[in-house]
Design a protein around this ligand. Structure first.
Ligand SMILES: *Cc1c(COP(=O)(O)O)cnc(C)c1O
Length: 367
């Protein structure tokens, strides 16, 4: 028997979550953001459920190739644009739309000799200060692009730094309006947080929204307004089983560094899951975990291949956990649900990081 850990991708949840974003922003076309291998879910696995999107947005040209190979003939947007001049030829061959966020990317287009015009998304830096033209430099960049015979339609784009906060987009919206001025063209502004939190705000109304995390059922607002609040369903479950049970006396310790000391005699379950599977090594004692449908907690440090859990609540609920009993690390199983955002919060991170970190050695099933 293979090691009893597996991930399950719930395609019905992906479709449901896409619908939720559409309901929040009914007037906008939707880019399904599938960068980082669809946030760890697998582009090929997610494709069937997300193909009702209006386009797919990602970073990596090899992922764009994969989508074309899957049969997608609609729009694909490269969110960071080209990384080198030779990428422009591939954009033509695969018909990829691409972001332009710096002067060099315009220079490359200006000297490119290709055989079709490029549809570009001109990115404005509205305060995040990673990539994009400042509002002051934006119109000049647009004029330069617009004058190039290599360039066709130009869409205005920005990305919010604080879309998960009330009022968090006000300053960025003012800068965007100032930078775009009266230039013609479609617009795209919102990620998941902006689409859900500010979807009804007419100032963020745009031609395209770019949800990522919401599609995968993790809340863009963390636990403050959780996935259930936004009616998002988990698209990934990580499941395993108990592979051993230890009976330890009060004062005995568990795992590397003896991080957990039993305050009383305890039964400890050993789970086939560790940081080499993508479970966060920094998860502290108390991180939630479900055994046999009963919520309990991690005790002791996360090892490469194993974690240890407190079985007392499971016995107290009347269950008889044994080797082979089901364990839910996040997502859902037949008996319970555990939000990836709760596990992430305990480990001081976000659902984004956990789903992207799912390790290649974990077998994945699609349901
Ligand atoms: C990743 C990304 C998104 C999606 O963000 P989420 O927070 O996952 O919704 C949208 N736009 C850009 C430019 C991105 O890089």
């Amino acid at each position: 028997m293979p090691r009893p850990i597996s991930a399950v991708i719930h395609t019905a949840a992906l479709s449901h979550n896409l619908l939720r974003v559409r309901q929040a922003t009914p007037a906008s076309k939707v880019w399904a953001v599938v960068k980082a291998n669809a946030y760890g879910h697998g582009i090929a696995r997610a494709y069937g459920a997300l193909r009702t999107a209006d386009g797919f947005a990602l970073l990596d040209l090899t992922e764009a190739e994969k989508l074309r190979a899957l049969g997608w003939v609609g729009p694909i947007l490269l969110l960071e644009g080209c990384f080198a001049p030779e990428d422009l030829a591939l954009c033509e061959r695969l018909n990829l739309w691409h972001v332009v966020h710096c002067r060099e990317q315009i220079d490359w287009l200006a000297v490119h000799r290709g055989n079709r015009t490029h549809r570009v998304f001109l990115k404005m830096n509205t305060g995040m200060n990673r990539v994009g033209f400042s509002p002051e430099a934006y119109a000049a960049a647009w004029e330069r692009l617009n004058a190039l015979p290599q360039v066709g339609e130009i869409t205005h784009m920005t990305h919010f730094a604080c879309a998960d906060e009330a009022g968090g987009i006000d300053e960025a919206l003012a800068r965007f309006a100032r930078g775009v001025g009266h230039l013609p063209g479609e617009r795209t502004l919102s990620n998941s947080a902006a689409a859900l939190v500010h979807g009804a705000d007419p100032r963020v109304a745009s031609d395209w929204v770019r949800p990522g995390i919401a599609l995968y059922g993790s809340s863009p607002t963390g636990l403050a307004l959780d996935a259930a609040h936004w009616k998002l369903r988990p698209a990934m479950s990580l499941r395993s089983e108990l592979i051993d049970i230890q009976h330890i006396a009060a004062g005995e310790c568990v795992g590397y560094g003896a991080r957990f000391t039993a305050p009383r005699p305890m039964r400890i379950g050993v789970v086939a899951c560790g940081y080499a599977d993508g479970y966060p090594r920094v998860a502290p004692n108390g991180t939630p975990i479900v055994v046999d449908g009963v919520r309990t907690q991690l005790v002791g440090r996360v090892s490469m291949d194993m974690i240890t859990v407190d079985l007392e609540p499971v016995f107290a609920a009347g269950n008889q956990p044994m080797i082979g009993s089901p364990v839910l690390l996040w997502g859902q199983d037949a008996q319970a649900e555990l939000s990836i955002d709760e596990v992430a919060a305990a480990a001081g991170t976000l659902g984004y990081e956990l789903m992207c970190a799912l390790a290649a050695r974990v077998p994945v099933r699609v349901e």
